[in-house]
Each structure stands twice: as structure tokens, then as C-alpha cells.
Design a protein around this ligand. Sequence first.
Ligand SMILES: *[C@@H]1O[C@H](CO)[C@@H](O)[C@H](O)[C@H]1NC(C)=O
Length: 302
Amino acid sequence: MELQNLFFLLILITQALGASYNYDSNGDDWTDGVCSTGVKQSPINIVLSSATVDTSLGEFTLTNYNDASKYGNIKNNGHTIQVDMADDSVTLNGGGLDGGPFNLAQFHFHWGTSDSTGSEHTVDGKQSPLEIHFVHYKASLTDLATAAGTADGLAVLGFFFEVYPSDNANLDPFLDAVTSVANKDQTATLSSPPVINAIFQNVNTSLFVRYSGGLTTPGCNEVVQWTVFTEKIAISSAQLAKIRLSYQESSGTTLIGKNYRSTQDLNSRTVKISYDPDISAASILTQNMLFLLLSAIVGFLY
Ligand SMILES: *[C@@H]1O[C@H](CO)[C@@H](O)[C@H](O)[C@H]1NC(C)=O
């Protein structure tokens, strides 16, 4: 057998193995790639007070994120609900990322079986009910597959959700489409989705954590420059219930249920934070105290 054929056979075998993973043990039983041997794995628990403040990371430049015509299909791959981009024109740069620009390939979700579990990253030990990952590959590396095999080749933006009493209408086009792609391998097109950045329109994208990690799915390649935003996106409990209607089998009998990996050891990695979390907490406290003071004055006058 020619070396090239052997190489492709190995890729096929790896893909076949990779395709068979599940979340029964939250990934603790994955042996693919570097899942069990790596030292820069993801997700991690982010301890805000232990993160190194780096105010020089700077702002992100998001290009064509404000274009609603860039969506490709929404699909169920048996592990998550994923929305592909139609082309490579939605890009990310800045934010202290190394080697940009990066092209957005897809975004997908991680959830749990209840409103108190679901996110992959945790903050100070706390899980959110849902986490969305916007997966970008380094534009100079041509495509996602090549970048996934190259150090620092990927830039993933992670956003947390939090339960809010009313629906977040910007999420409906995606969550409503879940019924069309409930079974593994089904795809659909989105009807009237919002511009891409509407999904996180209320999040201050200057407030984030940065660390070097990997894919949270097999083979857990350690090629990701991670950005995790600290402000959260609102979602209702009823909306969360919709994404849990996704099946991991084409027969539509077994729900995905949960699709978050356990947090991994930080080892010797540094977690950077783009702002001083103590100062922010202090300024919010100051604002609240100012409000109380004003209320007291107004109360006194009237
Ligand atoms: C976002 O956060 C930065 C850093 O704390 C702050 O300077 C900026 O005013 C915030 N933007 C908004 C819209 O709140």
C-alpha cells in the first residue's frame, strides 16, 4: 500500500472512531487523540480571582458578523446542533489573538439535562445551562481541517447563557429549527435568522478570559486559542427545553441528553483576563451605593 493511501486509511479509521464517542461519562472515557494524554485540554474551570489581568489584549474586530445572509445549514451531527457558515467571509481578528484573521466555520451548542447544568467551561466552579462555541480557523491555514492540526490554528469564542423569565427572540430561528433536525444527520435551512452578532448583542465583548487549550471533542487537539466571555446571554427555560429534543441516533430514539465534557486540569497554563474583575465588582458596588444614596436623598426630600 502506498504511504499516501495508508495515511488516508488512518484518517478514515480515526474519523470512524471519533464519530462513535458519546457523553455517558462526560468524556472521561475518551481515548481518542490526546483526550486522555494531553496537558492543555478543554474545557477548564475559570477561577476569576486567579486569572492574570491583561488589559492589553484589546478589542475584537468582527467582520460580516452583522450579515444575516452568511448562514449555511443547521444540522444535527449526533453530538450537537451546529450551524455552518455558507462561506469563509465572516472573520475575527484582534482581541490579543495570535496570527489573525480567523474565519468563522460554524457555531454549535453544549447543554445539559437540567437548567443548572450544560456549559463546558465553568466559572468559579459554576456551570451555566448552555454554552455556544463559535469556531474559527486561521485564515492563512486555508481550511478547518488543516488548522485543527496546527498549534494555535483555531480561535473559539465561547459564550454562556443564563436563565431569564422571558424568551430571547434572537435564538428562536435556531431553536425552532431543532425540530426539523431532531434526528442525527438531518440538516435544514434557517428561516429568517438574525444577524450573527445579534446572538450576543447584550454581551460586552471586551470582557473575556483567554487561555490555550483544545477541542472539547475527540481527538481533543490542543490547537485552540480560547476566548470565554464573562457576561451571559439570556435564554428562557422553555427555549432551553427545545434544544434538548435533539437525538444522537438517526432512528430518533435516544436523546443526546447532555453534551458537555468534564473540566480538565489547568496544569501549568496561564489564564488571562481582559479586565480587572475586582475593579469591575467594585465599580458596580459603587454604582449601587450611589443609587442607594440618591434614593435616600430623594426619599428625604419628598
Ligand atoms: C465594556 O467593558 C469595557 C471594559 O470594562 C468598558 O470600558 C466599556 O464601557 C463597556 N462597554 C459597554 C457598552 O458597557
